[in-house]
Design a binder for this molecule. Structure first.
Ligand code: AMP
Length: 222
């Protein structure tokens, strides 16, 4: 099963991806997570990417391409869900080319949408547990009391200036990809408004009814 989650920053792709990978036993390939790890490690990729991420800009394509292709290769080019990649037409072309070269294809792109106001609220109140990577929202999905407050951090690019820039980049460079996927007949639009479980239910029902390889899934988790 080869899926991609698509949508603006803050729409809940990371949260939903975590639920889907658990249920469907997929590998979660988030280029954002890979880049943040590289930055933390201060590797050469991290050094090059840092200023772009902080400013809310896209990291140069070839860097992310390599991260995504290495990750897809690691899992045998199957049973994965892409999150935050591809993000430009160029990256989408690379992805199709890469998969084609392995006699594979992307089966479904699940595009989640919510209004800009919801995005800004979700991002500005998003907190991450720096130890576990767990994602919280201060109002709607607050961290339990057992999580030490010192462990909760805000991503540098979740500050207002960077949020505005990320939304601009999304509108100009990423949103046009919806048409691209639609022309290929693999786009499915999902309403991202509602509780996490409700949105998850919408995603699962599209996967069950539209993704042919669903019937051949590995043992599912409850
Ligand atoms: P995300 O966690 O998906 O919101 O990604 C965080 C940041 O990582 C983005 O704002 C970009 O700076 C960078 N990034 C992640 N994925 C990509 C991509 N496919 N192309 C370029 N930059 C990316």
């Amino acid at each position: 099963m080869r899926l991609a989650l698509f949508g603006p920053p803050g729409v809940g792709k990371g949260t939903q991806a975590k639920l889907l990978v658990h249920r469907l036993k997929l590998k979660h390939i988030s280029t954002g997570d890979l880049i943040r790890s590289a930055i933390k490690l201060n590797s050469s990729v991290g050094k090059e990417a840092r200023s772009y991420v902080r400013a809310g800009e896209l990291v140069p394509g070839p860097i992310v391409r390599k991260l995504a292709e290495d990750a897809m290769t690691e899992c045998g080019i199957d049973y994965f869900i892409l999150d935050g990649y591809p993000r430009t037409i160029e990256q989408a072309d690379w992805t199709m080319e890469f998969l084609d070269g392995h006699n594979a294809s992307l089966e479904a792109v699940l595009s989640i949408s919510v209004s800009d106001e919801v995005i800004v609220s979700r991002l500005s109140k998003r907190r991450i547990n720096r130890e576990t990577g767990e994602i919280y929202h201060l109002d709607f999905n607050p961290p339990p009391d057992s999580v030490p407050r010192d462990n909760l951090v805000q991503r540098k690019d979740d500050r207002p200036e960077a949020i505005r820039q990320r939304l601009k980049v999304y509108r100009n460079q990423t949103f046009p990809l919806e048409d691209y996927f639609e022309r290929q007949g693999i786009l499915h639009r999902i309403d991202g408004v509602g509780d996490i479980e409700v949105v998850y239910g919408r995603l699962m029902s599209v996967i069950v009814s539209e993704v042919k390889s669903f019937g051949k899934s590995r043992q599912l988790q409850d």
